[in-house]
Design a protein around this ligand. Sequence first.
Ligand SMILES: [Zn+2]
Length: 71
Amino acid sequence: MSVITVPGTGAGGWRCAACDEDMVMKPVELTYLNSQFTVELPVCPQCGYVLIPEHLALGKMYQVEQLLEDK
Ligand SMILES: [Zn+2]
């Protein structure tokens, strides 16, 4: 299974507010529409907090679907 990258989440600069640690890009499993996706998202290496980009958190997962269709 290929890993989806979300535009706007790469290129670093993310920081965990709780730990003040630089977040690292890691594949994270998400479930949407009964399907499991592996999406590369910023994760805090200290506490494991996953940064869900706003456009994903708001439910606009069609962007992920489009990315899947491109594969
Ligand atoms: Zn943290």
